[in-house]
Ligand binder design. Structure first.
Ligand code: N01
Length: 543
């Protein structure tokens, strides 16, 4: 293939790259990025490992998977007609509906023709001489592009702990993060679930209802707030649609980008009875807004203890066996790990076919050919479900061999923890962007608006460069250092360091302990991104 010579920034000429932009991943981030760039006339190509769109909702097909932000907000807002025409059926949409939505968006905006499915990017290297990215795939294809955008997701690299003996296990293994596409039935089976995070909390009640016997191996008990999921009425949907622009505007002003009721009151300045009433009201309403009850819950341990104890009391009321109830009652800071939203999770432990095995003191020794071994005892299982989470925030990017200037490996640059400017760009890696990368609010906010904000910012930046005949943008090292220090300073002021969460990378052996998301809240972050752009991409070097 021959490439015409094209003018690039500073009067340089190079042969034309295959694409202006290669986007890695066709989840909600990749789809919108492709749409935005297409509308701007950029030649963009998405490379996607799965054989369909949807990202998280393509892979996480485990029983009970659903969003924990209300569907009417866990949705795109970039297109008013889409927002008005799509009808969510439930308060928290289940995975099949979310996947239908992703497919609808791909079809509606005619995105599929620019997506290469069943293709995994294995390497992305910046060719300094030609000033372009060379992207290699597991199909031995080689694409070149001026810009490379990682839309690889924050929770998309499954964590499969390497238990001794796993390879000799004779039953069937599943991981919640890459569930089979065909129907899985646990009817009549003895099933083991390892892990009690959000994925386990969602899937355990459903697996328990099918299986002959279910054994859950819990290392750390988790807080869960009832979802009170329900079908949405036509009247409710109509009211939301009439209010959508205002609702979205209100959401943009909150720390999480979610329009719900945050109080400015302090737990420790509120009389105990009133506080309990407040917690009770939020418990009855259900969902993540529980932690919005008081402003000091995530910064003051004594304040946090009041909310934690409220939930522990609820767990003790729900679980009949006091020994099991005590094991299920978390002892750590509520909200330190991601809060779970449940549908009948704790009640499941009252079923006669369900057993809880505590592995907090005595870890799982091995997987035997017949099951799971703990404390010298084997628990037989026909199937094991690994609900063991993800190598979060950095895992999916680092599983690709990303190389910047002088062949510098991103894995090497991030050996002590991820370093980014705004979670969007990395010094030494020109023309590379991450959507919801480490150092941005991402997982602490509603992912859809957060994705849209990043996509819009990146698209605007590329438009800015093109309008000026430039084609080169790179985060400067001082800007990256300053941003990293700011992210770390804010994180240090909360209670988020008090537990071993995936936010900190503690769940992955050998991963550096760094609080990865930006904790300063959505409005503050957006203001900063806008200022950077308004000042001619301050902190970036353009050319
Ligand atoms: O993963 P997790 P997840 N031996 O890391 C345990 C999002 N999400 O897939 O806590 C024994 O939370 C581990 O134990 P511990 C959401 O943001 C959203 O459930 O490390 N146990 C933990 O119990 C969520 O936070 C939804 O001690 C081991 C579990 O496995 C994020 O994804 C639904 C172990 C992993 O929990 C991740 O959730 C699902 C070992 N060797 C997920 N290794 C929604 O509702 C790990 N564990 C939208």
């Amino acid at each position: 293939m021959t490439h015409p010579q094209v003018e690039v920034g500073r009067g340089r000429t190079h042969s034309r790259a295959d694409f202006d932009v290669v986007i890695v991943g066709a989840g909600f981030a990749g789809l919108y990025m492709l749409h935005r760039l297409g509308r701007m006339g950029f030649r963009a190509r998405v490379v996607e490992a799965g054989n369909g769109v949807g990202g998280t909702w393509y892979w996480n097909r485990y029983p009970g998977a659903r969003c924990d932000v209300e569907s009417v907000q866990y949705s795109y807002q970039f297109d008013a007609a889409l927002q008005q025409q799509w009808d969510w059926s439930e308060r928290y949409a289940a995975q099949p509906e979310l996947l239908r939505y992703a497919n609808h968006v791909a079809d509606r905006f005619d995105l599929r023709r620019d997506i290469e499915f069943d293709t995994r990017v294995v390497c992305a290297a910046f060719d300094e001489a030609a000033e372009r990215w060379v992207i290699e795939t597991d199909r031995h294809a080689r694409l070149t592009a001026t810009y490379c955008i990682m839309a690889t997701g924050c929770l998309s690299a499954p964590n499969q702990p390497q238990f001794r003996g796993l390879e000799a296990y004779q039953g069937t293994c599943y991981h919640t993060g890459c569930w089979p596409h065909e129907e899985v039935s646990f009817a009549g089976k003895r099933v083991a679930v390892i892990g009690t995070g959000s994925s386990a909390v969602q899937s355990i009640p459903i697996i328990a209802a099918q299986a002959n016997q279910l054994i859950i191996f819990q290392r750390t008990a988790n807080y869960a707030i009832p979802a009170h999921n329900m079908p949405l009425s036509d009247a409710y949907r109509a009211a939301i649609k009439a209010d959508y622009p205002a609702l979205r505007a209100r959401a943009r002003q909150t720390m999480t980008g979610i329009d719900f009721d945050y109080s400015d009151a302090l737990a420790l300045e509120t009389p105990a009875e009133e506080r309990t009433r407040e917690y009770e009201q939020r418990w009855q309403r259900g969902g993540l807004a529980f932690l919005g009850a008081y402003k000091d819950l995530m910064v003051d341990q004594a304040a946090n203890d009041t909310a934690a104890e409220f939930v522990r009391v609820k767990i003790r009321q729900k679980v009949r066996d006091p020994v099991v109830a005590e094991l299920l009652a978390p002892k750590n800071t509520i909200g330190c790990k991601r809060l779970c939203i449940d549908i009948g999770y704790f009640e499941t432990f009252n079923r006669p076919n369900v057993r809880l095995i505590d592995v907090s003191e005595r870890p799982i020794e091995s997987i035997t050919p017949r099951g799971v071994k703990v404390g010298g005892r084997e628990y037989a299982a026909d199937a094991i479900v690994f609900a063991t989470g993800f190598d979060a925030m950095t895992g999916a990017i680092l599983r690709i061999d990303v190389r910047g200037r002088s062949g510098m490996a991103l894995r090497e640059c991030w050996r002590e923890g991820p370093r980014t400017y705004l979670g969007l760009a990395v010094a030494g890696f020109p023309n590379l962007f991450a959507i919801t990368g480490p150092g941005s609010p991402s997982v602490l906010t509603n992912m859809l608006p957060t994705i849209e904000q990043h996509v819009d910012w990146i698209a605007d930046a590329l438009g800015y460069l093109r309008a000026r005949g430039l084609s080169y943008i790179e985060a400067s090292a001082p800007a990256e250092d300053e941003w990293g220090a700011h992210v770390a300073e804010l994180a240090g002021s909360t209670l988020r360091y008090t537990c071993g969460s995936w936010y900190l990378g503690v769940n992955i052996p050998g991963k550096p302990r760094t609080f990865m998301p930006y904790i300063g809240g959505f409005p503050r972050y957006v203001t900063k991104c806008n200022e950077v752009a308004t000042r001619g991409y301050e902190g970036f070097v353009l050319g």
